[in-house]
Design a protein around this ligand. Structure first.
Ligand code: NAD
Ligand code: WQD
Length: 337
């Protein structure tokens, strides 16, 4: 069964393609490679024995989408493609809305034209906004994301929820990821940020490999157990399996469904550093720095709905996350080159 994976060369998409292949699906990828490398396809082949079909191009290219749908009998779409750097989105709002919102609209129209009406969308915990109530549960109203990236995710969720009212024969699943980290256990695939990493885990592994001097821990006086921010980190392999579970669920019913994909508990920045040092076998260079604008003190997922309905829950620990992130970085000091 063919699944169109938009953004399938990216971090989460590539790991999901591996798990799709393991489960007997045929991923068909569209990716414009604006934040990924074609080499990932060879790595997918090395791991699974199969190279996914690949169309290099943009989801805003309706002609290409039409061609893909006519050349392939696509059952469902998993829609990862988009720009994701929160800070950058503040400086480039038009680029973010164009790629994420307009791109999604073009994709949904092309799906309708091709009569493919099953979609899994990569949303984010950012749609809960700045609400101080934790854990975040799917029944909560969405909040007010404070930046264009988060708003783009919220807009796409709303578009899909309007669509299901107008056209109830669609099957729509919105997956709200918490903090994806980790890498494929083989060390062949992982997160490959371009330039200076914005996120904790890749920054940490780049300090460990000697590419950066010291990790700045943003803030030490939050109202948390040790004063540093708390997040719900989820291993990318668990996250990929969450997509498989959601795909099956989405295939079985119409309507729209929302699931948090998180572990259901949080860890502080200092706990992540301690776990990393355990695996690294040495002290990591880090220092306290002022709070980063926009960071919330603490949030994590209520993961019960996914457990009940998708029969999915995270299996891998923080130790696994740091071990696999470090393994990937160590084996690929320069990422995919
Ligand atoms: P990523 O940047 O590694 O992957 C996205 C892929 O989409 C890249 O390969 C990029 O080249 C491609 N792409 C971007 N715009 C495109 C376009 N217009 N047409 C075709 N391809 C395009 O990001 P990721 O971490 O794998 O995230 C995947 C999705 O999950 C994104 O939508 C992101 O917003 C969402 N998400 C990510 C996180 C996270 O922390 N990584 C958290 C929550 C949600
Ligand atoms: C984690 C913690 C930082 C870097 C982001 C997006 C969110 C979602 C996931 C897409 C925070 C601290 C970080 C560093 C640090 N993405 N930190 N030093 O901000 O929780 O979530 O990615 O949808 O929308 O906002 O992730 O990894 O940047 O930060 O101390 O160099 O690590 O303050 O507490 P964040 P992160």
């Amino acid at each position: 069964m063919k699944i169109l994976v938009t953004g399938g060369c990216g971090y989460i998409g590539s790991h999901t393609c591996v798990q799709l292949i393991h489960q007997g699906y045929e991923p068909v990828i569209i990716d414009n490679l604006c934040n990924s490398k074609e080499m990932v396809l060879d790595r997918i082949q090395e791991i699974t024995g199969q190279k996914p079909q690949f169309y290099q191009g943009d989801i805003r290219d309706k002609t290409l989408l039409k061609q893909i749908f006519s050349e392939n009998k696509i059952d469902s779409v998993i829609h990862f493609a988009g720009l994701k750097a929160v800070g950058e989105s503040v400086h480039k709002p038009l680029e973010y809305y164009d790629c994420n919102v307009y791109g999604s609209l073009i994709l949904f129209e092309a799906m309708r034209d091709a009569n493919v009406k099953k979609i899994i969308f990569s949303s984010s915990a950012t749609v809960y906004g700045t609400q101080p109530i934790v854990p975040y549960v799917e029944t909560m109203e969405t909040g007010e994301p404070t930046q264009p990236y988060g708003r783009s995710k919220l807009f796409i969720e709303k578009i899909l929820q309007d669509l299901i009212v107008a056209e109830p024969d669609w099957s729509i699943t919105l997956l709200r990821y918490f903090n994806p980290v980790g890498a494929h256990p083989s060390g062949l695939m992982g997160e490959d940020p371009q330039g200076i990493p914005n996120n904790l885990m890749p920054y940490m592994t780049q300090v460990a490999i000697g590419k950066r001097k010291s990790l700045a821990v943003f803030g030490k006086d939050y109202e948390t157990t040790d004063g540093t921010c708390v997040r719900d980190y989820i291993h990318v392999m668990d996250l990929a399996d969450g997509h498989l579970a959601a795909l099956k669920y989405n295939q079985e019913q119409t309507g729209s469904h929302i699931f948090n994909l998180g572990s259901g508990h949080g860890n502080s920045v200092l706990e992540v550093i301690a776990a990393f040092e355990d695996v690294f076998g040495k002290k990591l260079a880090w220092h306290f720095a002022p709070r980063r604008a926009g960071d919330l003190p603490a949030y994590w997922a209520d993961a019960n709905k996914a457990k009940e309905l998708l029969h999915w829950e995270t299996k891998l620990s923080l130790h696994d996350m740091v071990k696999d992130s470090w393994n990937w970085q160590r084996q690929n000091p320069k990422g995919f080159v």
